[in-house]
Ligand binder design. Structure first.
Ligand SMILES: [Zn+2]
Length: 100
């Protein structure tokens, strides 16, 4: 695990409750962190974005424990959007955040 990841692995990330319940991560969104403890990352199973009432806060280390393939992307500084389809392990990265 990279040294830089050591610095952020306890930052908070928002997950939908389905992922907390065992669903696979299909979408990852990086936005500007709102506070020092926030990583700016949000992870979704593919359900509707923005239903904050259903969100859970995990740290990034816990996310990597269930989805190690996201590790290379988590050090990304700029806003980005990662998505993959259910049959593929390959993430596609976009720098335009368009969740509509
Ligand atoms: Zn979900």
């Amino acid at each position: 695990m990279s040294e830089n990841f050591e610095l952020i692995k306890y930052s908070g990330a928002i997950l939908c409750k389905h992922i907390a319940d065992g669903a696979t991560i299909q979408i990852a969104i990086k936005t500007e962190p709102v506070c020092a403890e926030d990583s700016g990352w949000q992870f979704l199973c593919g359900c509707d974005v923005g239903d904050d009432s259903e969100g859970k806060i995990w740290n990034l280390k816990e996310v990597i424990d269930i989805e190690p393939s996201l590790l290379p992307y988590l050090l990304c500084e700029e806003e980005c959007y990662l998505v993959r389809d259910s049959n593929s392990k390959e993430w596609k990265k976009y720098n335009d955040i368009d969740t509509t």
